[in-house]
Design a protein around this ligand. Structure first.
Ligand SMILES: NC(=O)c1ccc[n+]([C@@H]2O[C@H](COP(=O)([O-])OP(=O)(O)OC[C@H]3O[C@@H](n4cnc5c(N)ncnc54)[C@H](O)[C@@H]3O)[C@@H](O)[C@H]2O)c1
Length: 353
């Protein structure tokens, strides 16, 4: 039995034969979601340009640390999708006509919009490209969905809140993003809600944070820590390590998205979808140290554009959807480390590099 099969409390009957399009679905969240939806009988179509944080970008970066490992992970994603029978449409969603043609062909009942430059630092360095891949793709997808589909799911982010004003925040917290990424995510939320007002297109907005798990190539903190630990390199902590983040194992989020698709209560709602507990970077280091007792930690300056966050309450998702995250860092990091160790050959190359 898979890890997912044990945990997901939704009924696969409601997924059977459901046509679902994932725009940006070859990404980290998207391919994990596609595999899970397929396991529950849905007909999943992945629409992805493979250009942003994917094969075409990574292949063009010979200087990128662990490049060959990431290329391997991206190939593995496509192989898994192929083996699961997920249909991959290699289309740039910025192209209105091509996206419309693909969606007309597969006629999804549910559209999940994941495409974006999904990284705050990269967004601040290249706002133009970020706008295009995040908002242009969104507008194109909404324009098809407004007359042709039942439910539109938009991936926002914890970054729409900016600095958290208290240790625990819920979905009513003020929205004051810092920087390009959060501002575009918030703009996206407003556009999605406007389509509901004008065209009665049912939506759900999901706000995740700090995901980690197998086949992620985004170089967020958990991934970099594990790869460095495996390669015998030191871990670099930005700031004093006391700031907390609501780290979320990918399986928990995927379970929540499945519930969002299945449950009518999700319609026209916004949900925080994280583990539901802020943990400090020091605590993350401690979890990595349990796996790799000899790690050395260095501290560097913190990026001032990164908001101070904390716990995102997931009570609303628990109450309305039956969301039930199961992986605190103490469970998620060992699973993630075990997965890395299973890539024996690639890891040996990483240690040599
Ligand atoms: N991973 C996280 O921790 C996290 C946290 C909060 C929010 N999110 C949001 O969730 C969504 C998915 O994140 P992810 O981690 O899977 O990111 P990812 O970078 O792994 O995946 C994004 C996918 O979108 C595709 N894409 C980008 N532009 C495209 C275009 N023009 N046409 C077609 N495809 C395009 C990319 O090829 C990539 O496969 C993003 O919107 C992101 O902002 C992610």
């Amino acid at each position: 039995m898979t890890d997912f099969a044990r945990t997901i409390p939704f009924s696969s009957r409601t997924m059977e034969g459901r046509r679902i399009a994932l725009i940006g679905g070859a990404g980290f969240i998207g391919h994990n979601l596609a595999l899970e939806l397929t396991r529950h009988g849905a007909e999943v179509h992945v629409v992805d340009g493979l250009q942003v944080n994917h094969l075409m970008y990574i292949a063009s970066q010979p200087q990128l640390e662990n490049q060959s490992l990431y290329l391997q992970m991206l190939h593995d994603r496509l192989k898994l999708l192929n083996e699961a029978g997920v249909k991959l449409h290699a289309v740039d969603a910025r192209d209105y006509l091509k996206l419309t043609a693909v969606l007309n062909e597969c006629e999804p009942q549910v559209v999940v919009q994941l495409a974006a430059v999904a990284h705050a630092n990269r967004s601040n360095k290249d706002p133009y490209t970020t706008f295009d891949h995040s908002l242009r793709t969104l507008e194109n997808a909404l324009d098809w969905a407004r007359s042709s589909c039942e439910h539109f799911i938009y991936f926002s982010s914890s970054m729409v809140y900016g600095n958290f004003q208290s240790q625990i925040i819920d979905e009513t917290h003020p929205l004051e993003p810092l920087g390009i990424y959060g501002a575009l995510k918030l703009s996206g939320e407003k556009i999605v809600q406007a389509y509901q007002q004008v065209f009665d297109l049912a939506y759900t907005i999901i706000r995740p944070a700090a995901l980690y798990g197998p086949r992620c190539v985004s170089r967020r903190v958990g991934q970099i820590f594990l790869e460095n630990a495996l390669a015998g390199k030191s871990l670099r902590v930005e700031g004093d390590g006391e700031e907390s983040i609501d780290f979320t194992y990918i399986n928990d989020l995927v379970q929540g998205i499945c519930l969002t698709i299945e449950r009518p209560e999700a319609r026209n709602e916004i949900f925080n979808m994280t583990f539901g507990e802020g943990r400090t970077i020091k605590q993350l280091v401690d979890c990595v140290r349990k796996e790799f007792p000899d790690i050395v930690v260095n501290h560097t300056e913190r990026d001032n554009l990164r908001p101070f966050r904390g716990t995102m309450s997931v009570d609303k998702a628990k109450d309305l959807l039956g969301y039930h995250p199961e992986n605190p860092l103490e469970k998620g990091i060992p699973k993630y480390a075990a997965w890395y160790r299973s890539l024996e050959k690639e890891i040996r190359k990483l240690a040599v590099a």
